[in-house]
Design a protein around this ligand. Structure first.
Ligand SMILES: N[C@@H](CCC(=O)N[C@@H](CS)C(=O)NCC(=O)O)C(=O)O
Length: 209
């Protein structure tokens, strides 16, 4: 069985991606949670199980897979439902997940994931608005083009998992998106696995990192 190393559910957006993917697809795994160090880097602590000193990190017997995107692709080798089966939807989903993985620096920095609180932003800078607008356009495209309740069709796939932290960010910071995108956020926030993540996150020790 897979072992997935993650950090605090309240803060670790990268941990959420493979965790929600495995949960939503009902793929069994052992969760190993290692809390962030308070006020200092967690690199040394995480080096005990992760070659980069970062989470998430997946262990499958002798095999170690680090980095959320590589983990999703590794799981997909044995579980085809990780990506849409349709070739067009799969190409779109992979591109959108890769875009999340490599972009949206302003959103990530200004709206850091913090599931348990609500924050009113003083201003939405043009850079932040650009990230929000791109995500809104991307979600709208997926939801209309593939016509399902999830981003790339009628089944939850890795592209939904990759944007899961944005659903929490939208809730925490009250971000305004189109009605169609807000519909996806509402469905995500009601997923039993997302609710389980939040429930655990509020019980965790708070840290500054
Ligand atoms: N590109 C990596 C990013 C992983 C990452 O930055 N993880 C953060 C936590 S969300 C981390 O481990 N930080 C270690 C630290 O803060 O010392 C991935 O996709 O997995």
């Amino acid at each position: 069985m897979y072992t997935l190393w993650i950090a605090n559910k309240n803060y670790s957006s990268w941990s959420l991606r493979p965790w929600i993917l495995l949960k939503a697809l009902d793929i069994p795994f052992n969760e190993q949670l290692s809390y962030f160090e308070n006020g200092k880097s967690s690199h040394e602590k995480f080096k005990a199980f992760s070659p980069t000193g970062r989470v998430p990190c997946l262990i499958d017997g002798e095999i170690t897979v680090w980095d959320s995107l590589a983990i999703a692709e590794y799981i997909a080798e044995d579980h085809a439902q990780v990506w849409p089966l349709d070739k067009t939807a799969k190409a779109w989903a992979r591109s959108a997940a890769a875009e999340m993985h490599s972009s949206f620096a302003t959103l990530r920095q200004v709206c850091a994931m913090n599931c348990s609180i609500r924050i009113e932003l003083d201003e939405i800078t043009p850079e932040l608005q650009r990230d929000i607008d791109r995500i809104d356009a991307l979600w709208t495209e997926g939801l209309t083009k593939f016509g399902g309740k999830w981003l790339a069709g009628d089944k939850f796939t890795a592209v939904d998992a990759f944007y899961a932290p944005v659903a929490f960010r939208a809730q925490t910071y009250g971000l305004k998106l189109s009605v169609i995108s807000q519909g996806w956020i509402d469905r995500m926030l009601k997923l039993p696995a997302m609710m389980e993540w939040v429930e655990a996150s509020v019980k965790e020790p708070k840290v500054t990192h």
